[in-house]
Design a protein around this ligand. Structure first.
Ligand code: GAR
Length: 203
């Protein structure tokens, strides 16, 4: 049974993150409803996944740049979401006042390491391996106007193994994301938390 929390999802790529949320809202593990998807690319497979699940999807290309955030949030507002979930979204957004504290992102590393402009997808795992880090993981955080910067909601760690390639590490991190992202969305939606500076305190 779809739940009461209304989620809008923003994506730019394959949409495996969206698919996980579709599956978990469908079977009730995440008590939420995905009310719409915005893709920055017409050819993103995530758009196809949305259509197959009967979720409205709109395309908002990043150019012209000066109107991008306004176009994205105009589409999002039409669905009256409680939260906006970034799912492989590759662009910096200007966060409008009515969406402050309501946008979540999952980053495939333990922020503040291996984050920032240009640090997305495979690039992150390559950088983790090149650095020689022994653990990695994922970070779910609130989104503000700076790349990978808002307060952390939840982090989950995975080991980096000697035999890892960017692909095997990505697979392990994405398995962690599939658990952490729905859990973080549920936590934020339930509202039993507060921010003390940057620190999210539960309960
Ligand atoms: C996910 O691993 C997500 O953490 C990462 O891209 C992948 C999206 O996969 N996001 C970022 O790197 C954002 N900085 P998907 O397109 O199949 O959902």
């Amino acid at each position: 049974m779809p739940g009461a929390t209304r989620l809008a999802v923003l994506l730019s790529g394959g949409g495996s993150t969206l698919q996980n949320l579709i599956d978990r809202t469908a079977d009730g593990r995440l008590p939420a409803t995905i009310v719409g998807v915005v893709s920055s690319r017409a050819d993103a497979f995530g758009v196809e996944r949305a259509k197959r699940a009967g979720i409205p999807a709109v395309i908002e290309p990043p150019k012209p740049r000066d109107t991008f955030s306004d176009r994205v949030f105009a589409a999002v507002r039409g669905w009256r979401p409680d939260l906006v979930v970034l799912a492989g979204w590759m662009h910096l957004l200007g966060v409008p006042a009515d969406f402050r504290g309501k946008i979540l992102n999952v980053h495939p590393a333990l922020l503040p390491a291996f984050g920032g402009k240009g640090m997305y997808g495979r690039h992150v795992h390559e950088a983790v391996l090149a650095y020689g880090a022994k653990v990695s993981g994922c970070t779910v955080h609130f989104v503000d106007d700076v790349y990978d910067n808002g307060p952390v909601i939840l982090q989950s760690t995975v080991p980096v193994l000697d035999a890892d390639t960017p692909d095997t590490l990505a697979e392990r991190v994405q398995a962690a994301e599939r658990e952490a992202y729905p859990e973080a969305i549920r936590l934020v939606a339930e509202g039993k938390w507060r921010l003390d500076g940057r620190r999210l305190i539960s309960g």
